[in-house]
Each structure stands twice: as structure tokens, then as C-alpha cells.
Design a protein around this ligand. Sequence first.
Ligand code: URA
Length: 218
Amino acid sequence: MSTIPYNKKNVIVLPQTNQLRGLYSIIRDQSTKRGDFVFYSDRIIRLLVEEGLNQLPVEETTIKCYGDHEYQGAKFLGKICGVSIVRAGESMEQGLRDCCRSVRIGKILIQRDEETAMPKLYYEKLPEDISERYVFLLDPMLATGGSAMMAVEVLLSRGVRMDRILFLNILAAPEGIEAFHASYPDVKIITGGVDEKLDENKYIVPGLGDFGDRYYCV
Ligand code: URA
């Protein structure tokens, strides 16, 4: 199967160019070694960050070029920060840093509670002025959406505006998009691809396996 087209406000799927399909073909391949998995995932992450930056508002500005010629340009409005959902989301931090020098990055740790099987917040460390920022929420796999939704709750409780959250992920399942979007319709989901479904273990199908294990361990 190929990526499912998604026509929903605030759900942005990267254009499925041959280049992007080539990158996904490498990271989805179960025989791809860790070095290549990291390298090609990083390239996709970079594209997601660039698309996130495309979504930010700008104001018109006139630049004086050499020879006093004028250029009608654009200037970014507002401050941004990143928030990664530990551990897999940390893989996306460098891609954000590569595009935004000295960007502040917070972290949220959410894990499954063994007793209730529900996501539980274990740790948060966020920039103190986060309510004034656009937030790039980083988590590579949008499966059920449980962790991401809890992370958004943390951000909202810290005063971040819903329409200033951009949730970047490499791969999404329709179930996760639907659940997330129903609760947070003003958050922009920026994804590299939408797969068919979740399996009985809540893994994305066809997917790419366990992203964190493949990026950090295997
Ligand atoms: N997390 C992963 O790493 N992979 C999936 O398919 C789903 C969640």
C-alpha cells in the first residue's frame, strides 16, 4: 500500500514525492541497518521541521539589497520551542536544532502505567515562557495518539495556545489522527505519511517497527 491521502483541516501530509518515497522505502525495510535507519530518518525529520516552519506566520518586510535595490521579503513572527516526548521524540531534536539556532527544547516523559495500561505523566521540563511560544511537539510515531494527547494537555495547562502547537511525526495511523484531531482540532499535525491501520499490539501497519529501538539500539 502507499500513503493514504488525508483531506482534513490542520492535517498536513508531506507531498509524496519520489524522493520521500525512496527515504521511506529505506527506513521501512526490516533489513536496513541502524546507521542507515538513523541517517534517512534524520532526512525525513528535517523535511518535517521545514514544513513546520512553513506553517508559521510572517510579516511583510522590505529589505535594502546591495545597490540600494529593494526586496519584498518576509520576517518570522513569534518565538518557537521544541518539546520532545521521551525517548523516541528526542531523535527529532537535532533536526529542529539544525534549522533553528539555539532553539529551546523541553521534554515530557509519558509511559504506560502497568496497573491501568493508561499513559501516565512521569516528568516534564519546559521553557518557563512556553505560553508565549509556538511549540513543535516531537514524536515520530502517531499510533493511538495517547501519549501525544497527554502531552498536549500538559502544554495547554502551561498556557500554550492550541493553535500554536504543531505536532510533527514521521508516520501516523488513521486511528491516531482521528482521536487526536477530535480532541485538538486546532493543533496542526504534520506527518510524513499515513499508514493503513494499527495491529492488535497498537503498532502501525505496514509501519516500520519500533522506532525508538531501531533509532537507538538495534
Ligand atoms: N511506536 C513505534 O515505535 N512503532 C509503532 O508502530 C507504533 C508506536
